[in-house]
Design a protein around this ligand. Structure first.
Ligand SMILES: [Zn+2]
Length: 361
């Protein structure tokens, strides 16, 4: 089928009814031999209410590709216990081994209203999925920084939390950014994003595989609330971005350069902001107020914190004294990456607070 956008541009969405066994043993860079375009795979199972799985929204995050290979092998000759609806997203980026190509948007930021052909594509997939009334939705990702594995939910419902706890003992509730696949799907089914560690993390792959198989086999979600110790949940309260005009480094090492002409190294050769070299080791560590995050050139305020509406809430979280950026308050970072492309294209990472669930028991 072809999806449309306001300018009449078209993006092709292929629809197939099985996962080709050609996938098994395929190099991810060759994915277009099997899936030349974004593809929706509908596999019939004994229980017709499908599990929706979203793969390769980010082309360089390969746990979802490994899951596709496993599903292709596992269901080569038998039907799954539950139907599967699988979206295979950015195959062009996967062929290049990148998150997305320079001319493309981020495929996990196009699931809300928008005018582009990409938005038309995700609107069509969302409409097809909504019609199928999925049992649940699982979107599979990897992190670029050092993070434990964790599940993200966008609604504090027992089924969503049960999905998160069946993946990992750590969970994150977020509403920012508001344009992700799981937020869109949380409007009509339990939905989770799973962050499976770095791309080659075997723990993340096994946990993802287990979650998917358990969800396929599950008849229905439990009515009993989770035991208190089943899931430690955090709420994302801010997204940290680096001023595009500021250069940065981790430690006193080389600078990444800056997009803006105002950036660049000072006379001593340092970047405008020198993050502490172990910054990504602080992911999921509960930090006290006044924890130092970075050294900054005195006139620079390079780290900004934004809420889910894009409002600048930096002063709630960060203060600058004596050329250092410190936390104003207790906070727990997540998804901090040292990858300059991720930091420039997406963000430095997120700040969270523990969320004490007050669900009816
Ligand atoms: Zn991702």
């Amino acid at each position: 089928m072809l999806t449309r956008d306001a300018e009449g541009m078209r993006m092709k969405l292929d629809r197939v009814d099985h996962l080709s066994t050609e996938l098994i043993g395929l190099d991810p860079r060759d994915i277009r031999h099997v899936f030349p375009h974004p593809t929706l795979v509908s596999i019939k199972g004994r229980n017709q209410q499908p599990l929706f799985i979203s793969a390769l929204l980010h082309g360089n995050e390969l746990t979802s590709f490994r899951i596709l290979q496993r599903l292709a092998a596992r269901y080569k000759n038998k039907a799954p216990a539950r139907s599967l609806l699988i979206f295979i997203g950015n195959v062009d980026a996967a062929a290049e081994g990148v998150r997305h190509l320079p001319h493309q948007p981020d495929f996990n930021r196009i699931w809300a209203k928008g005018e582009s052909a990409y938005h038309a594509l995700t609107a069509d997939i969302t409409a097809i999925a909504r019609e199928a009334a999925p049992f649940a939705s699982i979107d599979i990702h990897n992190n670029t920084g050092a993070n434990p594995i964790y599940g993200c939910v966008n609604a504090l419902r027992p089924a969503d939390l049960q999905l998160a706890a069946s993946f990992a003992p750590l969970g994150v509730f977020y509403l920012n950014p508001p344009t992700t696949q799981s937020i869109a799907f949380s409007h009509f089914c339990p939905a989770i994003t799973i962050e499976c560690g770095k791309g080659d993390d075997p723990i993340g792959l096994e946990a993802a595989d287990r979650l998917i198989e358990n969800t396929i086999a599950l008849e229905r979600f439990s009515d009993t609330p989770l035991p208190d110790d089943a899931l430690t949940l955090y709420k994302t309260v801010g997204r940290m971005v680096v001023d595009p005009a500021c250069s940065f480094s981790f430690g006193a090492g080389g600078t990444d350069g800056a997009d803006g002409a105002a950036g660049g190294a000072d006379s001593a050769g340092g970047a405008d902001v020198q993050f502490r070299p172990d910054l990504d080791k602080l992911n999921f560590v509960d930090l006290d107020e006044n924890t130092a995050l970075a050294r900054c050139r005195p006139e620079k305020r390079p780290i900004h914190v934004l809420d889910e509406h894009g409002t600048d809430i930096t002063t709630e979280f960060i203060h600058y004294t004596d050329g250092n950026a410190h936390l104003t308050t207790k906070a727990t970072p997540s998804m901090i990456s040292h990858d300059p492309d991720i930091i420039r294209q997406d963000c430095l990472g997120y700040l969270m607070r523990p969320l004490n669930l007050d669900l009816p028991k």
